[in-house]
Design a protein around this ligand. Structure first.
Ligand code: FAD
Length: 306
């Protein structure tokens, strides 16, 4: 029997009451799809750290979801980060997404580790494992992290994170599935066998996505730009196109054997919910068998007569 589809959802901590309301609406809508886990991102400043912590705690206390708290090495001593890890453990959190993080001056600036802090993501994974036997996920970059001199250097870092105890990687978002599979081949050739879960970004806003993609090293193919061309002021059509693009991407990944997906929700449920529906997920967890999602089943073959 085909393996079931498993999804995880990434949220960011809200900055205002209004954003808090929309976050919880999104969580409420997506929760019945029984995600494997839901993760909450982490920022470098004190107030954003606090917001991550309170959001994760609320997920623990008020929902049946399994939270994963993101944590970075940025701008903090080892002691400070260890306190955060202990606080998560004490709050009942059992899964951390361990990252190096970006410089406080923004993506693209040269990264310098805090002199008394964890030096890089692999160092942080070791630190977490020293404190508690928590599940640790990490990042992976099918198109290479911009700081990395080569794909092989990137895979060295992934290997170091796995050696330190990471058991899953979620990828940076990408649009060309071949790039994901090329990367996966290289990772497997190195002997790394943890799940490399594709990170899927439904494109809520093409302009914003493009500017972010440029900074984080994700290529935006011309065909994608063409699909959103002329829609800057047409939110409704943009949304339909975004759903179609993401649907095409995930269904192709399914056809090629992928069963786990990590969705960058941007705290909005509608597109992600629709894509999960296409993947066969239902609120009652009545899953559609993978075989019925195959290309042949989705697109009826033309009869000889055309
Ligand atoms: P790593 O895996 O540690 O490194 C990536 C690559 O950069 C490696 O190839 C390594 O060789 C190279 N590298 C690392 N450090 C150096 C260096 N000093 N000099 C030269 N090369 C170097 N950011 C947040 O702030 N908060 C979050 O919650 C968050 N969540 C994320 C979740 C996912 C799934 C992903 C993919 C990214 C997330 N990020 C987050 C972004 C991430 O912090 C940045 O991409 C950051 O620049 C790298 O951190 P990392 O742990 O991914 O990098």
């Amino acid at each position: 029997m085909a393996a079931p589809i498993r999804v995880s959802f990434e949220f960011f901590p809200p900055k205002s009451e209004e954003m808090e309301k929309s976050l919880w609406e999104a969580i409420g809508r997506l929760a019945p799809l029984s995600p494997n886990f839901v993760s909450v991102t982490y920022g470098a400043g004190g107030s954003t750290r606090e917001r991550t912590h309170s959001t994760v705690k609320r997920i623990v206390n008020e929902t049946a979801l399994t939270p994963a708290a993101h944590l970075t090495c940025v701008a903090a001593t080892k002691d400070e980060i260890d306190n955060v890890i202990q606080a998560y453990r004490d709050a009942g959190v059992r899964h951390i997404v361990a990252l190096r993080g970006d410089p406080t001056s923004g993506i693209g600036a040269k990264y310098a580790p805090h002199p008394g802090g964890y030096q890089h993501a692999a160092d942080l994974v070791s630190g977490i494992k020293r404190i508690a036997d928590l599940e640790v996920s990490v990042s992976a970059y099918p198109e290479k992290h911009p700081d990395s001199p080569s794909v092989q250097a990137d895979i060295d870092m992934l290997q170091a994170k796995v050696d330190a105890g990471a058991t899953r990687a979620m990828t940076q978002f990408f649009f060309e599935n071949d790039r994901y599979f090329d990367y996966l081949d290289k990772v497997r050739a190195r002997g790394i066998d943890i799940p490399i879960v594709p990170g899927i970004l439904p494109v809520q806003n093409f302009k914003q996505m493009k500017s972010f993609a440029e900074r984080c090293g994700t290529s935006v193919p011309r065909w994608l730009a063409e699909r959103f061309d002329g829609l800057d002021d047409d939110v409704a059509t943009r949304k339909l196109i975004a759903a179609a693009v993401a649907a095409e991407q995930v269904l192709d990944l399914v056809d090629r054997g992928v069963t786990d997906f990590h969705f960058y929700t941007m705290n909005r449920a509608d597109l992600v919910y629709a894509i999960c529906h296409l993947l066969g997920l239902r609120p009652a967890r009545a899953e559609v068998p993978l075989s019925s999602l195959s290309q042949g089943a989705r697109v009826p073959a033309r009869s000889a007569g055309g």
